[in-house]
Design a protein around this ligand. Structure first.
Ligand SMILES: Nc1ncnc2c1ncn2[C@@H]1O[C@H](COP(=O)(O)OP(=O)(O)OP(=O)(O)O)[C@@H](O)[C@H]1O
Ligand SMILES: [Mg+2]
Ligand SMILES: [Zn+2]
Length: 268
């Protein structure tokens, strides 16, 4: 069959329009291609070239770097990937199941709650791999900080007229993915409780995934609130159960910090 553009009057069958244009998808200035079949073929060939592929990779890496900076994830945790997790096969399987199914879990607003009573079990390590992978794979804007740092940011806004407290508060409410490390690590006050309940309530209603690490199981966290005389202590935990359903995980094993210290000692 002869194409209706077989003899193209626009480009004389060269495929090129003798003009340079900017292509935002790769950030390069290139030839403008004709809309005819020859032009289309030439455009596709150019898109597959090393020059364009390299430019696309560069743009993506820039976006990943921007998202990592925005997330505020500490540099120590920035390079953690599921591969960097030693000896936690079951946990790695669950983390990978979450990461692979993220588009679905995201729609449902499902996050993760990692807990262990003991320290150094790898909760923050695992959670940071989840944050890094969500940024690398899906380019989701994430915020990663401790629960206490979050209160500090909101309190800071109270004292600084240049930063709107409401805006700070909303930042945590509306973050596409919020990672709160060390939930319950410091003494809870009625103010903190109100702030956290408000943020979690908004996130639950808007199906925004929230991720936690804690030295308390959800029940233990509730008991802790109760012993701090917080009114209606079940409000936070009830929301956590719903937000993290299927991914409330106890991190078992030994203290990695202790293990590392013994290993280093034996090398001396
Ligand atoms: N599976 C793992 N493979 C290799 N290193 C690990 C693993 N889990 C943890 N580590 C390392 O052990 C140290 C302690 O881990 P991490 O800070 O994640 O513990 P944690 O459970 O969050 O402790 P805490 O309850 O005190 O917050 C970190 O340096 C971390 O990189
Ligand atoms: Mg930790
Ligand atoms: Zn043409």
């Amino acid at each position: 069959m002869i194409s209706k553009f077989a003899n193209c009057l626009e480009c004389g069958n060269t495929g090129l329009l003798d003009k340079k244009v900017y292509y935002p998808f790769c950030g390069l200035i290139g030839e403008e291609y004709c809309l005819c079949a020859t032009g289309d073929k030439a455009f596709r060939r150019w898109c597959g070239s090393e020059e364009v592929q390299k430019a696309i990779c560069f743009i993506r890496q820039e976006e990943v770097n921007k998202a990592l900076a925005f997330s505020e994830i500490p540099s120590h945790w920035k390079e953690k990937t599921p591969v960097s997790l030693e000896g936690q096969e079951n946990l790695i399987l669950t983390v990978n199941r979450y990461l692979d199914g993220f588009p679905k879990f995201r729609e449902q607003g499902i996050g993760m709650y990692l807990w262990s009573e003991g320290s150094g079990r790898g909760k923050t390590h695992v959670l940071s791999t989840v944050c890094n992978e969500l940024i690398q794979r899906y380019l989701v804007p994430c915020i990663f900080m401790t629960e206490e740092q979050m209160y500090f940011r909101i309190r800071e806004a109270y004292q600084n007229p240049a930063v709107s407290e409401k805006k700070q508060y909303r930042k945590f409410m509306e973050a596409k993915c919020l990672f709160l490390d060390d939930l319950g690590a410091t003494k809870i006050t009625p103010w903190k409780n109100e702030v956290l309940t408000g943020i979690l309530d908004y996130r639950l209603n808007h199906r925004l995934p929230t991720f936690f690490t804690s030295n308390f199981s959800p029940e233990g966290y509730e008991q802790n609130l109760q012993s701090s005389s917080i009114a209606r202590p079940g409000r936070i935990t009830s929301r956590i159960y719903e937000m993290c359903r299927g991914f409330i995980l106890e991190v078992k094993g030994e203290d990695f910090r202790k293990k590392l210290a013994f290993k280093l000692q034996n090398q001396i």
